[in-house]
Design a protein around this ligand. Structure first.
Ligand code: PMT
Length: 402
């Protein structure tokens, strides 16, 4: 039996994994766009951050009808990208297709439907057709929308933002590898901010069926080519069998996705670049431990830990250097409302692992810019702190190489 990808050395797992899948169709186009984008910013000696954002899908069939997905809407990535742009970085935004995008995110949510921001202008006195007036932005949203529009236009006009979409976990991996390699001329000016919620389990290609999985029995003459059990009696990904008198069931058997963070840090990324990964947990008792373990395992520069229930209000920076653990929180009075969030859990992950009870906030926001509901966005605290760490890394590198 062939060894599982997770049991191989990272370089071997890379070669096996990437040989197994065809590269995404859009990759050559994305590479050409990224090459030109990076060249432009290398020339300007500008920092470039690769922000990954949104969830990845795990297809169940090659001609995909069904797939496994996760919760991520891309809020962290899209919001962070705006704050990076504000800090003067150029941003390659590698995102799940149709997830939130920088700037347009303010108006694309169902809770922030863009139509609610608009109105019909009052008819112009004396105009021939009183029914065909202009569409305008409602008075109460003028300032906020003008501000967003200006920033968006600035980023576009000055070529500061490159949007590259992916959908599946395999597409994500190919794109990440290519972008990291293309970023090499940037050296220490490159930053990786891996906020995407990458699937941890997948169906290897050699166990995936071509066609749609059938939910009912087929006549024998169709069975051979049907989705389930292409090869003899073998069922591609578990069982899909009818118990007498019951409906068919599908049992899916997934393999772990190889962790390519090793390869990113040790192979693909430019020398001297900064790599920041995220760690998401739901159990407060595990968060800090898991984030620390990730930092030790991959030897990169920063893990940002967050809990699903409090991620919009607090994160923890886990670093190799002192203070090793640092909490960043939005002050209670400035917290945005969140349907899925649980405010009572703020501070739990810090207390659970034996730390002191958290103070209300460890830092004041550098700028009190907020979204529509005027809540302070935690990314507005995260990014300036991260940029300080990146400054230090670059400074150190410059001192080391006269
Ligand atoms: O989009 P939102 O709703 O705003 O949610 C944002 C978020 C909660 C998704 C984000 O803040 C976050 O935490 N993202 C990382 C989720 C996570 O826990 O990833 P992980 O533990 O599976 O992976 C850790 C790191 O390794 C991640 O940075 C990931 O990009 C990377 N990884 C993961 C799997 C894999 N096969 N290879 C990887 O390199």
């Amino acid at each position: 039996m062939a060894p599982a990808l997770g049991d191989m050395e990272p370089a071997e797992a890379e070669s096996v994994y990437f040989n197994e899948y065809p590269p995404p169709k859009a990759l050559p186009k994305h590479e050409a766009l990224a090459r030109a984008f990076i060249e432009l910013h290398v020339e300007a000696n500008r920092r470039v951050v690769l922000v990954t954002s949104g969830g990845t899908t795990v297809p169940l069939e090659t001609q995909t009808v069904r797939f496994i997905d996760n919760f991520s809407a891309g809020t962290r990535g899209a919001t962070s990208a705006e704050y990076f742009l504000q800090q003067g970085y150029a941003v390659i935004f590698l995102h799940r297709q149709y997830s939130l995008l920088p700037y347009s995110r303010h108006y694309s949510h169902s809770t922030n439907c863009f139509l609610d921001f608009m109105d019909e202008a009052p008819p112009v006195v004396g105009a021939a057709n009183q029914d065909d007036g202009s569409i305008v932005v409602r008075d109460e949203y003028q300032d906020q929308m003008r501000d967003v529009l200006r920033k968006y236009r600035y980023a576009k006009k000055n070529n500061r933002l490159l949007l590259l979409p992916f959908t599946t976990v395999a597409e994500y991996m190919f794109e990440l590898r290519s972008m990291a390699k293309l970023m090499r001329p940037l050296g220490p000016n490159a930053l990786f901010y891996l906020a995407a919620a990458v699937s941890d389990f997948f169906i290897p290609r050699n166990r995936m069926v071509e066609h749609k999985i059938q939910s009912s029995e087929l006549p024998p003459e169709y069975e051979k080519d049907s989705a389930v059990g292409g090869e003899g009696d073998e069922i591609y990904t578990g069982e899909n069998e009818a118990e007498p008198g019951s409906r068919k069931k599908l049992v899916i058997n997934l393999d772990p996705v190889p962790k390519f963070l090793h390869r990113l840090v040790d192979g693909w990324a430019p020398d001297g670049s900064m790599v920041v990964s995220f760690k998401l947990e739901t159990d407060p008792a595990l968060l800090v431990y898991k984030a620390r373990t990730a930092l030790q395992r991959y030897s990169h520069h920063l893990v940002i830990g967050n809990l699903l229930s409090t991620r919009k209000w607090e994160v923890v920076f886990i670093t190799p250097d002192a203070p090793h653990e640092r909490w960043i929180r939005v002050p209670k009075a400035r917290r945005s409302k969140s349907i899925s969030g649980v405010e009572d859990q703020v501070g739990l992950a810090e207390i659970k692992k034996g730390g002191a009870a958290p103070t209300e906030t460890r830092q004041q926001p550098t700028q009190a810019e907020g979204p529509v509901d005027d809540g302070l966005e935690i990314e507005g605290l995260i990014i300036p702190e991260l940029v300080k760490l990146h400054d230090k890394m670059i400074e150190k590198k410059n001192k080391a190489t006269p």
